[in-house]
Design a protein. Sequence first.
Lengths: 286, 369
Amino acid sequence: MTETAIIRTENLCKHFGQGETRVRAVDKVNLSIFSAELVLIMGPSGSGKTTLLSMLGTLLKPSSGRIYLNNMETSAMGENQLPDIRARHIGFIFQAFNLIDALTVEENILLPASLTEQGVKGAAKRCQYLLQRLDLTHRRGARPTTLSGGEKQRVAIARALINQPTVILADEPTGNLDSEKGQEVMMILHDIVRDEGCTVIMVTHDNRIEDVADRLLWLEDGKIHDRRSEVHSWVHDPVCGMRVDEWAAKIKTEHLGQHYAFCSQRCLQRFQETPEKYIRAEQGGE
Amino acid sequence: MIRWSIKSLFSEGPGLIASCTGVAFAFLLVLFFMAIFSGESDRITAYPKQVDADIWVMQKGVANMHMAMSQLWDWKEDRIRAIEGVASTESILYLNGVMNISGREWFSYIVGLRGRPEHTGPARMHSGKPVPARGEVVIPDVLARLSKLKIGDSIQIVDRAFRVVGLSSGTFSMANSIVFVSYDDLADIMSAQGSVSYILVWAKKGVDSKALVRAINNRLDKVNVLEQAQFIQNDHHLAMQMGVEIIALMTLIGSALALVIIAFTSYAIVSRKKRDLAIARAVGFRSRQIYLGVLVQALLLTIFGFILAALLSLLLFPLISLLAPEIALNLELAAILKLAASTLLVAVLAALWPAHQVARVDPVSVFHD
């Protein structure tokens, strides 16, 4: 029997602007994500990762194409149906945590529960469980402003899980955390996939967390491809120093018999203007 | 969202206090004007109330006392006294006139007393004698204090001087004060010897006032006969009618001021909490639920402001009356309830402005750091 995808897209496109200024943020993306998968979406800045995540989360309407969540075509739904879909089927985790400062930790966690039939009272037990599981019991009455970054992200995870969603969409969840806290958050998400059977789709730049993912999708220039089986060949962009995969990089050049990979056209242009400056710097750095 | 509304409103701290105080002062202004008009209207009807006759008889076409002019032949009083069911009668001569005290003019009800003025004279005295003889006048104690007058001093009424012989209580109003002179003096001023303005009738015990009104009407021509309650109501209605436009205008100004403060506060909160609203929309709250949250904030702010205004009025109005007895303040429960109802409308209107912002909150903005 073929496994049914939790999230499926068909020729998903998102364009911004018109005419010459038109940008294809997401271009004919077809993907299928299955139950209890932890999927990373990676790619250079501005490649359309957040746009894709926003569309999967029903926050942004696609220009064309279809999105299915649990076999429901969310891309065809109206604004009156989508809040329900978000409340019941999707949990969000953000880089900036996005907790509400006026509410306590417990109230933040319970916020989405008020949108379901069980209500805040019905979700009290689940909240208690999540507080315990995420080691937040002692901080339940605290305000977000008094929490550490790691604690804030754990609260955000608990809030995302309170309604037992089908899928969690995480946007750079380790982006504002140090490596230790980032690792901790990743392990929590990993355990959630394992224990709750929840699908996690995560946008990230953090290569350190690749190992815990089931699958890695690479998004660049609006197009996506599966990188799970691909080989990484990490090199540094000689201009900005960003780590780029030489194998996957599209912006490359050759200079004096050496191959160089770049994160963007801008870096390539700079390199081409004064290559010796960057080669010297690279050698000096070494 | 209701919890969010309440908590985010309270997290405003000094901003919330400032807004509540502003709203409270706007409502206090409205309550003050309502109280002052009600108080003045009460004082305008103070005289007929204290006389407490069963029936008032006046010239045909006249139906009240405030700013009215009535003239009847005094023999009509004898005719009325002879009617079956009448216990007693008294009559007064009355003029809306101007008193000149130390260069300042005071609009007054000048009552000319005659016969046995136990009922028609001042009900309460502060000092001095209650019934003036020729050349004498009884003035309100508040007027004497404001004008720095004492018993024995002279004042001018219309074109002649009178000596102050008594100070009465409860007879002062900013619109008009009640002063008492002798019938003969006022008749001289008005050239109205043999005339009276109002004949006051007390019915015998057990006699129906309405039946007595009909009987007087049957017996006398060119008179208007009214029961006391109707006579007072006519005066009160006229006084309120004279002030109703001003009250309406002041209520409108006060309410508009409150509306602007509430709307601005709600708008400021929504502007500051845009991210909270975007989060709420992202996790599944509908626009109307978020709008309800904003409306709750506006309602709370209005209610707090109103309660503060009501408490301040209870504290300040008696203090004002104590320090400035010339200002008559009467805050009626009905007026407070009426204003309370209109404040709900203010809250709803005030929430419309930030609602526009709520509708424009983009949930995708939660992804931006």
